[in-house]
Design a protein around this ligand. Structure first.
Ligand SMILES: Cc1cc2nc3c(=O)[nH]c(=O)nc-3n(C[C@H](O)[C@H](O)[C@H](O)COP(=O)(O)OP(=O)(O)OC[C@H]3O[C@@H](n4cnc5c(N)ncnc54)[C@H](O)[C@@H]3O)c2cc1C
Length: 393
């Protein structure tokens, strides 16, 4: 379908998506499930949908009807994972799943083709107003529901720390034998901040191994991290292995968030602040937003339901913002390890609620009860409860 038929001066698209990453792909899947014949246009700067990532989530992060279209899209699922700290090793019985860019991009492209659509790859767009986007070519597309999901491209300067990582997908020479992910192995040398290795067993002979750091600065030394991954793989007898893919990330771990801009179009994905400030995960909230939009007539204003969803998310972001503040403002790097160590000693349901941003007041109090970890003199007398949410742009 092209502009002559829809989106330009003619009938607008039902959904006009600027950005074709994780959030846009989930909206495509949700809309095809709830409104199969809705017209969808996607404008993506890259050469393909979904970019180059492996996205994970705790299964409990997503509840309700979004599971109908998200679960079939998942690439791998595990009943639990392990965490390793210098003093202990623990298996956490929380089911955990992954979806690769390759799988999600192909599924979203196939779903698009099942109804009226227009997919513009290698094309950038700029928002003109609440219903129109101008492409790099000068062409203008119109949509009844404009969704801006351009990722971090236009996020303001970060206030807080950073999660920096490099991951390599390896094909091992023999079955690696790892049954479930290692979410955090903090028994490795601590350099540059709180450092840990993360491993996903994607298939019996395939692993994604990531060298991650909670650091004060957004620097990522690619050669050093690559060496970290390979040394870890060697230690576990996973070499010599073929390297099939590499991904990198520099994700903000803020203790403040910018105010929500007042627009009548939707800002979704991380561009709209829909992420977990401590873990950087955004998939669960991208799924919730996709389901919300797909259930509504794209010609109707979103109104109170949308505002309530936004407010609830902002409220639940407060605890992880505070934890980031404690991690980066109060703790020496060694105390960061102790904070995470304490966190993973909690019962699985508490860990699950905090990952899902469904924690209770009781969870918050329990986290800060008792003596602070080694390396922190004391908890502050006054927590930055109010300034934690909004930061100047
Ligand atoms: C390597 C990596 C691994 C991650 N792992 C996880 C994980 O396991 N679980 C999890 O929940 N989160 C994870 N995250 C965090 C977060 O979920 C991702 O950043 C996620 O991709 C954000 O989704 P999004 O749709 O908001 O943005 P993106 O997926 O980044 O998509 C934005 C898209 O918009 C396009 N774009 C930008 N500007 C324009 C423009 N002007 N015109 C047209 N197109 C434009 C970009 O090319 C991009 O494809 C990870 C992040 C990274 C970097």
């Amino acid at each position: 379908m092209n502009d002559a038929m829809q989106g330009g001066d003619a009938t607008p698209f039902d959904f006009l998506l600027l950005g074709g990453g994780l959030q846009a792909c989930l909206i495509i899947l949700a809309v095809r499930q709830r409104q199969p014949m809705a017209s969808i246009a996607v404008i993506e700067a890259g050469e393909r949908l979904a970019g180059n990532h492996t996205w994970c989530l705790h299964d409990g992060d997503v509840t309700g009807p979004a599971r109908e279209w998200l679960w079939p899209a998942l690439s791998a699922r595990w009943p639990g994972y392990t965490v390793r700290f210098p003093g202990y090793l623990r298996s956490v019985p929380l089911s955990y799943s992954a979806v690769t860019s390759q799988d999600l991009g192909e599924r979203a492209a196939a779903a698009l083709r099942q109804g009226p659509h227009d997919l513009r790859l290698a094309t950038t767009g700029q928002v003109l107003d609440d219903h129109r986007v101008q492409l790099g070519t000068g062409e203008v597309l119109r949509g009844r529901r404009l969704v801006v999901a351009t990722g971090r491209a236009d996020m303001p300067r970060n206030l807080g720390g950073w999660q920096t990582f490099l991951g390599i997908e390896l094909v091992t020479p023999r079955p690696h034998g790892l049954q479930q992910p290692i979410l955090m192995d903090a028994t490795v040398a601590q350099v540059g901040g709180f450092r840990f290795l993360y491993v996903l067993p994607l298939a019996p002979d395939r692993l994604l191994v990531e060298d991650t750091c909670f650091a004060d600065a957004p620097d990522l030394n690619l050669a050093e991290r690559r060496q970290g991954v390979l040394a870890y793989a060697e230690r576990h007898d996973w070499l010599p292995a073929a390297e099939v893919r590499c991904e990198t990330g520099v994700l903000p771990m803020p203790w403040r968030l910018p105010p929500q801009p007042a627009t009548n179009h939707v800002r979704a994905g991380v561009a709209g602040g829909w992420f977990h400030p401590l873990t950087g995960y955004s998939l669960p909230w991208a799924a919730a937003v996709a389901e919300h939009l797909a259930q509504r007539d794209p010609g109707e204003p979103l109104g109170d339901g949308w505002r309530a969803l936004q407010q609830q998310h902002r409220r639940q972001q407060r605890l992880p913002l505070l934890l980031n503040w404690a991690l980066f403002r109060m703790a020496e790097p060694a105390a960061r390890t102790a904070m995470l160590d304490l966190f993973y000693r909690r019962d699985a349901s508490t860990i699950g609620r905090i990952y899902a941003l469904r924690h209770t007041w009781r969870d918050t109090l329990a986290l800060f009860a008792g003596r602070p970890p080694r390396g922190m003199a004391r908890w502050p007398r006054r927590w930055p409860l109010t300034p934690a949410l909004e930061a100047p742009q």
